[in-house]
Design a protein around this ligand. Structure first.
Ligand SMILES: [Zn+2]
Length: 80
């Protein structure tokens, strides 16, 4: 399968700060660039810096999917 690299986007992922006195949760840019509908499995990954303490945070292990651009059907007007 070939992928148009111009359509890849970095997937935002939740991150939980490792610092016990901080524990901030933020949305980080993952290093993984995916096409629409693309899937990545993340395990034992950290990301930083934390926006509060500048430390590292943990990305929860699991399967991450970049949603398709259109989640809902376009609105339609019904003219009678
Ligand atoms: Zn922190």
């Amino acid at each position: 399968m070939t992928v148009d690299r111009t359509k890849l986007k970095r997937l935002p992922v939740p991150a939980f700060c490792n610092n016990p006195s901080c524990r901030t949760i933020w949305l980080a840019q993952s290093p993984f660039a995916l096409p629409e509908g693309g899937t990545v499995f993340i395990a034992a990954c950290q990301v930083g810096p934390c926006p509060v303490c500048k430390g590292f945070g943990r990305i929860p292990d699991g399967k991450y999917v970049r949603p398709l651009k259109r989640l809902f059907a376009p609105a339609q007007a019904i003219i009678i």
